[in-house]
Design a protein around this ligand. Structure first.
Ligand code: PHE
Length: 341
């Protein structure tokens, strides 16, 4: 076979391989095989010495032409492969921005916790210190120290959860008073917030477990005006509007005088609506000036000091605000309910 024919064969084979190459690495191999220092075309050049003077130029030219052509073919194929590879890579990494996002469930505080935190913040802002006292309480603190006469109906077993004759689940947070008063010196402003229990027939508006907040202040010259102003300031901050406070006489053994208190309905601003049953007022809780007996029992001179106390339920506030009709929902922890708030 003449040198020329052999060259044509090498060229055809090499270009064929380039077209068939599927990767950059394969192209590198072809490059080395034909164009490298010991490559087939390079070796062809070495044959020049054995050719006649006439043939040399022509042959050398052909080899160089084929080398250039092959080089170019390899470069082109490499480019085509690269483009294909990055296209494939892009396709594999593609993100569909039209897909709907994933929904992650997040937790949040229970509505009662939120209400409690808000109430606490307000009273702390008014200078009250919050204390915690037992939910399983001595009869002594829950009733006796609070001036309850021995036959008061609240102490009835039908009304309270007794654990034994001396211990019961506290029926009101007011039980904290004598756990605190004897151990401090006036002036004092103390509050507590937490669970209370009553032996109730459970229905939409009566629960066996509910929450209350209780506050008291003792100082020189404390009067009903201070009590009214404190409740008013609380209501302004709680309900975010100007409110009036209304007292109506009521009896609690540990206050004298005693009152139930109401604030302007925050929904209708006192005009009268379904929530306040047309009255313009929302009943919140009980209040009064601390009975002198209570102060004396705590070792506080009732001639020198006076004080006020008040307490109210927590559940009522979110019930009014969100139109919740059933008290039981708060303690059942049904997410279908809680997620709505
Ligand atoms: N403890 C009373 C109740 O449970 C509320 C109250 C607290 C009344 C403080 C007067 C003073 O209804």
């Amino acid at each position: 076979m003449s040198g020329k024919d052999e060259l044509v064969g090498i060229r055809t084979a090499a270009l064929g391989k380039v077209q068939a190459a599927e990767s950059s690495a394969q192209l590198d191999e072809i490059d080395t095989q034909y164009l490298g220092r010991k490559g087939e075309l390079t070796l062809q050049l070495r044959r020049i010495g054995s050719l006649s003077q006439d043939e040399r130029k022509d042959f050398g030219q052909s080899v160089n032409d084929i080398k250039a052509e092959l080089s170019e073919a390899i470069a082109q194929r490499r480019q085509a492969l690269d483009a294909g590879e990055s296209k494939a890579k892009l396709a594999a990494e593609a993100v569909d921005v039209t897909l709907p996002g994933r929904f992650y469930q997040t937790g949040r505080p229970h509505i009662l916790i939120e209400t409690i935190e808000k109430i606490k913040r307000i009273f702390i802002g008014l200078g009250y210190e919050f204390v915690e006292t037992p939910e399983i309480e001595d009869y002594k603190y829950n009733f006796e120290a609070l001036n309850y006469p021995p036959e008061h109906p609240a102490m009835d077993e039908q009304m309270s959860f007794y654990i034994n004759d001396d211990v019961l689940l506290r029926t009101h947070t007011t039980a904290y008073q004598h756990r605190v008063m004897p151990y401090r010196k006036p002036p004092m402003r103390v509050a507590t917030i937490g669970k209370t229990y009553r032996y109730e027939n459970v229905d939409a508006t009566h629960g066996h477990t509910f929450h209350q907040v209780d506050c008291f202040a003792i100082d020189h010259d404390i009067s009903l005006t201070d009590l009214k102003g404190t409740i008013q300031q609380f209501a302004v901050e709680m309900f975010g509007m100007d409110v009036n406070v209304r007292f109506r006489p009521d009896f609690f053994p540990f206050v004298e005088p005693g009152a139930e208190f109401a604030v302007t309905c925050f929904l209708c601003k006192g005009e009268g609506c379904g929530v306040c049953k047309g009255s313009g007022w929302l009943e919140l809780g009980g209040a009064g000036l601390i009975h002198p007996n209570i102060l004396e029992k705590a070792g506080i001179d009732s001639e020198e000091y006076t004080g006020f106390a008040f307490g109210f339920g927590i559940e009522r506030m979110p019930m009014l605000e969100h139109g919740i009709k059933d008290l039981r929902l708060f303690m059942e922890n049904d997410l279908r309910f809680l997620r709505q708030l």
